[in-house]
Design a protein around this ligand. Structure first.
Ligand SMILES: [Fe+2]
Length: 164
């Protein structure tokens, strides 16, 4: 993890997706199993580094059968599956509804990228095990929109994250 934290700032400044993918591909570190709230049936965000206006790096631990809401990002989001596998469903918004455009099972070591031009998404741990994913958001974001319904965009709402 030390080399990841040491290099991430420099790589983010290069503004090269290719370099970020390379950084994530090389990111391997032992996971502290206390990253999860074991009693939770949800996901837990663990911030590793938060550099104002530049990036935020975190590990998300997904309890068995937990999932995020469908959400947008207001930033570039890069991610890597550190342990386990997770399903990503992507949607596009046409002003009236969300249409699903893909469903991908991301296995151990898989790397991905999404931004609001590419769509919105949810991630779901459909397994009986805890799953760990690494996320790099450029720049850091405190708010995003979530979509409780794919058919009724009036339910779309902004949520605030505590990234301190
Ligand atoms: Fe996301």
């Amino acid at each position: 993890m030390n080399s990841l934290i040491k290099n991430v700032g420099k790589i983010v400044k290069m503004r090269s997706n290719k370099e970020i993918f390379r950084l994530l591909a090389n990111a391997n570190f032992p996971l502290k199993k206390d990253l999860c709230k074991k009693k939770s049936n949800s996901y837990t965000r663990n911030i590793l580094q938060n550099i104002k206006n530049e990036y935020i790096l975190m590990v998300i631990c997904w309890a068995p059968h937990s999932k995020s809401p469908i959400h947008d990002h207001n930033c570039q989001c890069f991610y890597k599956v550190l342990e386990g596998s997770i399903v990503e469903k992507r949607y596009i918004e046409d002003g009236k509804k969300l249409t699903k455009i893909s469903k991908t099972s991301l296995g151990n070591g898989s790397i991905g990228h999404i931004n609001d031009d590419l769509g919105v998404h949810l991630m779901e741990n459909i397994t009986n095990d805890y799953v760990y994913t690494l996320h790099l958001y450029i720049p850091p974001y405190e708010t995003c929109n979530i979509y409780p319904s794919v058919d009724d965009l009036s339910q779309k709402k902004s949520i605030l994250y505590d990234i301190s």
